[in-house]
Design a protein around this ligand. Structure first.
Ligand code: 5GP
Length: 252
C-alpha cells in the first residue's frame, strides 16, 4: 500500500509520504537505526512499531496539556497521520543530567545532575555533523526569528517538565532529549508546533533505581538488548498491552 503513495522525504529512521488531505502527511517509522551520523547502521526488528506507539502516546499526552503538536492520529502499526509543517532546521536539545555530547565537550562526568535544565540548539545538517549554534546564528541566518526562539524555549521547558514527571512516575529518569519544531501557517501568520518524534531514539532514559540505559545509547555503545529496552519503556508507560506481538517479533 505504502509503495503507491508519493514519497516526500526519506530520513534515517522515518519516511514521509503525501497525506490524504492537503496539509497532512503520513509519517512511517522504519526499523533502521543509525548513529554517529550514519557511520553505524543496523536494522532493529520492531523498533519502528514501538517508536510509532511511544511517540503517539507522548504527543497525545503533550497535546492534552496544551502543547501544540503535528500529531493527528496513528493509522496503523508503523504510520501516523501528521500535520504538514515547514520544518525549522534546528535540533533542540534539552538536558537535565550530564551525558553524551555534553560530557565529551566539557569534560564533565556522565550522570552529574545539572544545576538547571539546559537547552542547546544544533543546526540540522548531516554534512556538517549537526553543529551547535547560538541564537545569534539562528537569527542572523533567518533559521528562526527571536520570537520563535522564545516560543521554542518556553515550549521545550514545558515539555521537559511534563516528560520528567511522566517518566519519573514509571521509574525512569529523563536525562536529555532532542526535539524538532515546524511552522504551520494561518494566512500570513505562522505559529510553531512540535514535530518529528519523541521516543527512545531521541531521548536518554535511565532506570531511576539502577541507572540502566533504556534508550538508543544501547545501540551507540554496543550494549545489546535494544528492542527489549524500548519495549520496557513502552511497558512501563502502560502501552504494551495494545501491541503484544511486537515482543514476539514478526511485525514488518
Ligand atoms: P548528545 O548531544 O548528547 O549526543 O544528544 C543529546 C540528546 O539528543 C540525546 O538524547 C540524543 O539521543 C538526542 N539527539 C541528538 N542528536 C540526535 C540525532 O541526530 N538524532 C536523534 N534521534 N537524537 C539525537
Amino acid at each position: 500500500m505504502t509503495t503507491r503513495r508519493k514519497k516526500i522525504y526519506e530520513g534515517k529512521a522515518k519516511i514521509l509520504y503525501e497525506g490524504p488531505e492537503p496539509g497532512t502527511l503520513i509519517q512511517y517509522f522504519k526499523d533502521d537505526a543509525t548513529a554517529f551520523n550514519a557511520q553505524k547502521k543496523a536494522v532493529l526488528e520492531g523498533k519502528g512499531v514501538i517508536n510509532n506507539r511511544i511517540s503517539e502516546f507522548v504527543m497525545l499526552k503533550l497535546g492534552a496539556v496544551g502543547i501544540p503538536t503535528h500529531f493527528i492520529k496513528r493509522m496503523n502499526l508503523r504510520e501516523q497521520l501528521i500535520k504538514e509543517v515547514e520544518i525549522i532546521p534546528l535540533e533542540v536539545i534539552c538536558r537535565n543530567i550530564v551525558a553524551g555530547g555534553l560530557a565529551t565537550r566539557l569534560g564533565l562526568e556522565e550522570g552529574t545532575p545539572l544545576p538547571r535544565s539546559i537547552i542547546e540548539f544544533c543546526l540540522k545538517d548531516d554534512k556538517l555533523n549537526d553543529p551547535m549554534v547560538t541564537e545569534e546564528h539562528i537569527t542572523a541566518f533567518n533559521w528562526a526569528s527571536t520570537q520563535e526562539i522564545d516560543d521554542i524555549m518556553a515550549m521545550t521547558l514545558r515539555i521537559n517538565d511534563f516528560l520528567c514527571g511522566m517518566f519519573s512516575a514509571v521509574g525512569i529518569t529523563l536525562v536529555d532529549f532532542k526535539i524538532e519544531y515546524g511552522r504551520v501557517y494561518d494566512g500570513e501568520f505562522a505559529r510553531v508546533i512540535l514535530a518529528d518524534e519523541i521516543s527512545p531514539d531521541s531521548c536518554r532514559l535511565w532506570d531511576s533505581t539502577t541507572n540502566e540505559k533504556l534508550d538508543k545509547d544501547r545501540f551507540r555503545r554496543d550494549m545489546g538488548e535494544i528492542i527489549e529496552s524500548y519495549t520496557e519503556v513502552a511497558r512501563r508507560l502502560g502501552i504494551m498491552k495494545e501491541m503484544p506481538t511486537v515482543i514476539r517479533g514478526g511485525l514488518h
